[in-house]
Design a protein around this ligand. Structure first.
Ligand SMILES: C[C@@](CO)(OP(=O)(O)O)[C@H](O)COP(=O)(O)OP(=O)(O)OC[C@H]1O[C@@H](n2ccc(N)nc2=O)[C@H](O)[C@@H]1O
Ligand SMILES: Nc1ncnc2c1ncn2[C@@H]1O[C@H](COP(=O)(O)OP(=O)(O)O)[C@@H](O)[C@H]1O
Length: 306
């Protein structure tokens, strides 16, 4: 797939192709604290990133264009609606004369899967444009463009673990986590985010939440085992509506829980991807092999989350 879009800036001297990884986002916990008058939901979520990633590159130039290839290219929808282009245009509107260029996306992560593939691609596009234009990632125009592109894009901008609050616009300082051996399992059912929030059927206002803030318990934790114990005290409030819409998610969670070494199995974001946490990489690989053997149609990868 390829398309050319109108020029939106001056040609800079091409310093060559720039590359960025767009890592999968994982919501280790996700509490829904209420619904705002604008309809968006107020979240409190510990967001981390996995090693598995899409690859995005940019050949800087005057014209904005994108080509998408890779095993999951077909899932990204219409090229003109790609979040890479949305992010680039959002920044171009706020920065006249921005050097743009030709993006190439190698799409490996499933789309509409709760692991923010599109958001992470959009954030990688902003990082590439920042590099091509000599802008710091803290430039206000980049932050505003990230927010305008999607709720998950700001946290994906630097791609380090943080508490994400509000509708994604409020981020904590980085929360360093020990590397967590994990597997990601997607049972092959696209799960649009808006459908899952709608299924929660929350009225506008706060919800009574019994969930304790885990921030203090997790701060500075260097032991994966204790971290997983604390994460177990949290949850994902989007699991019940997502499971009602997509029963295959319950099967994926069941497959993880059947693995004796799996210490925590939970859905990420609005699904349908679920993650399992393990104490060692070897245990994660063994579980990945076992699940993949029984479910050849599912996307099952081992990775490390941090
Ligand atoms: C739920 C989360 C958790 O990280 O992840 P995903 O499941 O999408 O990966 C995110 O908040 C999703 O962020 P993102 O995927 O960027 O969503 P957006 O495009 O901004 O919003 C899509 C739609 O979801 C609903 N939405 C989104 C975020 C939010 N806090 N409240 C909402 O109600 C709205 O209906 C919105 O129109
Ligand atoms: N680069 C992209 N990668 C994936 N999906 C994209 C991309 N650009 C636009 N989309 C659209 O955005 C929707 C949400 O994608 P994604 O960010 O992967 O899901 P989620 O919000 O569940 O984490 C997809 O259904 C797809 O139509």
């Amino acid at each position: 797939m390829a398309a050319d879009l109108p020029a939106a800036g001056e040609t800079g001297v091409s310093p060559g192709r720039l590359n960025e990884k767009a890592r999968a986002k994982v919501n280790l916990t996700l509490a829904v604290l209420g619904r705002r008058a604008d309809g968006l939901h107020v979240l409190d979520s510990l967001v981390a990133f996995a090693g598995i990633a899409d690859e995005l590159s940019l050949e800087p130039g005057a014209d904005l264009s994108l080509e998408v290839s890779g095993p999951r290219a077909d899932e990204t929808g219409a090229l003109a609606d790609n979040l890479v282009l949305k992010a680039a245009k959002a920044l171009g509107e706020r920065h006249p004369g921005l050097v743009l260029g030709h993006f190439r996306l190698d799409k490996r992560l499933p789309a509409a899967a709760g692991i923010g593939g599109g958001s992470s691609d959009a954030a990688a596009a902003l990082r590439l444009l920042a590099r091509a234009n000599g802008l710091p990632l803290t430039d206000e125009r980049i932050l505003v463009a990230a927010r305008a592109t999607g709720s998950d894009v700001p946290v994906c901008l630097e791609g380090v673990s943080r508490w994400m609050r509000g509708a994604g616009e409020s981020l904590s300082a980085p929360v360093p986590l020990p590397p967590l051996p994990a597997i990601l399992v997607n049972p092959g059912v696209a799960t649009p985010t808006a459908d899952v929030f709608r299924a929660l059927a929350l009225p506008v206002g706060p919800v009574a939440s019994s969930e304790l803030s885990l921030a203090a318990a997790i701060e500075g934790e260097r032991s994966p085992v204790r971290l997983i114990d604390n994460l177990r005290r949290g949850g994902n409030d989007l699991e019940p509506p997502a499971l009602a819409l997509r029963p295959a998610i319950a099967e994926a969670l069941g497959a993880l829980r059947d693995q004796p070494a799996c210490r925590l199995a939970r859905m990420s974001g609005s699904g349908a991807t679920v993650f399992g946490l393990f104490e060692t990489v070897e245990a994660a690989v063994e579980a990945r092999l076992a699940i993949a053997e029984h479910r050849p149609g599912w996307w099952v990868v081992d990775t490390v989350i941090c």
